[in-house]
Design a protein around this ligand. Structure first.
Ligand SMILES: [Zn+2]
Length: 204
């Protein structure tokens, strides 16, 4: 039996190579494996920390990191869009799953959800969506952190200026079904507040 692959990999107008549908996908369909060949290691393993710099790794079940073998094409090649048609899931095997109907020939895109610290223009976005925010990353600066206060019981209280900024981005995230990114933002903010003065928080 012969079966065509449901996706193909070729140059993308967004960036580098991308993943393109060869057939129709409906919400909930698995589009492609994140990495047909991969390693799954403990998140604290030095190999996981080095691999994280490539930004191609996936955190799985909070404890493991999935490192794709980049000699084999897979969902790890998906470009970012500010209005994506798919999502990456990392429980068990990493996979890219359709969230909005995708037509044959259309590029399959996901939302990276990167959070940076003091690098507001690190990752310019070329997704071309009318909803494009201009940058892939959401940046938290030291000035932002000054508007957050850690109480004695470890609760974090935000001043209105920061609360408004996070609420605006939170509404955007919800509108594209990516509200889980809010957790990464909260984690980054807490690590910024708890770090030693002058040190940089390693962001996602
Ligand atoms: Zn964009």
């Amino acid at each position: 039996m012969f079966r065509l692959s449901p996706v193909e990999f070729h140059d993308s107008p967004i960036a580098g190579r991308g993943v393109f549908a060869r057939r129709q996908f409906r919400p909930g369909d698995v589009v492609v494996a994140f990495a047909p060949k991969q390693e799954r290691v403990d998140a604290r393993h030095p190999q996981a920390i080095t691999a994280a710099e490539t930004r191609l790794t996936l955190l799985s079940e909070e404890r493991f990191v999935i490192i794709p073998d980049t000699s084999v094409h897979g969902g790890w090649l998906c470009n970012h869009s500010c209005d994506p048609n798919a999502s990456v899931f990392s429980d068990g095997e990493g996979r890219v799953q359709c969230t909005r109907p995708i037509s044959p020939g259309e590029e399959v895109t996901v939302f990276y959800g990167w959070v940076t610290h003091n690098e507001p223009e690190r990752d310019p976005c070329h997704c071309g969506s009318p909803r494009c925010r201009g940058f892939i990353n959401f940046d938290l600066s030291d000035e932002d952190a000054e508007h957050a206060h850690v109480l004695e019981d470890n609760r974090v209280v935000l001043e209105e200026v920061l609360e408004r900024r996070l609420a605006e981005y939170g509404a955007f995230l919800r509108s594209i079904g990516q509200e889980q990114v809010q957790q990464a933002i909260a984690n980054t903010l807490v690590r910024m507040k708890l770090r030693k003065p002058g040190s940089v928080v390693c962001a996602y």
